[in-house]
Design a protein around this ligand. Structure first.
Ligand code: 9D3
Length: 236
């Protein structure tokens, strides 16, 4: 998968893209990351990429021309058509089902906004999928872009190795109707830590009892902590 990222702060992303699981996916040839500074497409001598909003709100807005030229130029760097994504607080909230679908695409073009936002006309022209990572205020789209990349790239065949992907799809985290559930508690040695014991059923050797206990813990926990996941049309 090729991932192009348009940003005003490429330095803020470079380190993370080279490290951790995200970096290993690139080192293994499963993904490639290409950072582009939108400022490189500005035309005036101060390389301006923002301006004051019409209508008198506070803050600054990213202007149309540099961003549009950047999208056009970057898309031409490769023959594959890119799925355009704008990270935006006004976007659809990112969920695992969207992540799974994006993991099947050959090429993503991520646009990380900054300042108060992006001129609406260039959004209309580019017509990107708009995605948010949650209902809290961040200072820009850079961290959301990294969130999306991490979530997508770990699903690419080969990145985690077979064991983990198989585990993810069949074993854990799904209830009787195929809905995602929270995971239950995990334990390791010692069996007695400061008087806190590992539940007996887990050391009983009765695999069916363990399976039932696990399912009950997952359901209890989901009911208590994330009842929204049990709703009929939960986004998961
Ligand atoms: C004037 C009101 N705003 C500032 C408090 C609006 C606003 C503009 C720009 C709020 C956040 C941002 C920058 N955030 C993103 O670009 C962003 C984001 C986010 O803030 N939360 C969750 N997901 C995302 S994706 C992109």
């Amino acid at each position: 998968m090729r991932i192009d990222i348009l940003t005003l702060f490429p330095d803020a992303l470079a380190g993370t893209l080279a490290s951790s699981m995200i970096g290993r996916a690139a080192a293994g040839g499963f993904a490639s990351y290409h950072l582009h500074n939108v400022r490189d497409w500005a035309r005036d001598k101060h390389r301006t990429v923002d301006d004051r909003p019409f209508g008198g709100e506070p803050g600054m807005v990213m202007t149309c021309q540099p961003l549009h030229d950047a999208v056009t130029a970057v898309e031409a760097l490769d023959d594959r058509p890119a799925t355009r994504i704008l990270l935006s607080p006004q976007g659809e909230r990112l969920g695992q089902s969207r992540v799974e679908s994006l993991a099947t695409h050959d090429r993503l073009l991520l646009i990380a906004g900054h300042y108060e936002g992006v001129d609406e006309r260039v959004i209309e022209e580019i017509d990107p999928l708009e995605l948010s990572v949650g209902d809290y205020v961040l200072s820009g789209g850079e961290v959301p872009a990294l969130v999306l990349i991490d979530a997508v790239v770990r699903l690419l065949p080969g990145v985690l190795g077979h064991a983990d992907s198989a585990r993810q799809d069949s074993f854990s985290a799904r209830g009787s109707q195929g809905r995602r559930l929270l995971e239950g508690p995990h334990y390791t040695r010692p069996r007695d830590w400061n008087g806190r014991l590992v539940p007996d059923v887990l050391v009983s050797g009765d695999h069916e009892a363990v399976r039932q206990w696990r399912m009950r813990m997952m359901l209890d926990r989901t009911r208590r902590r994330r009842p929204d996941l049990l709703e009929p049309d939960a986004e998961n």
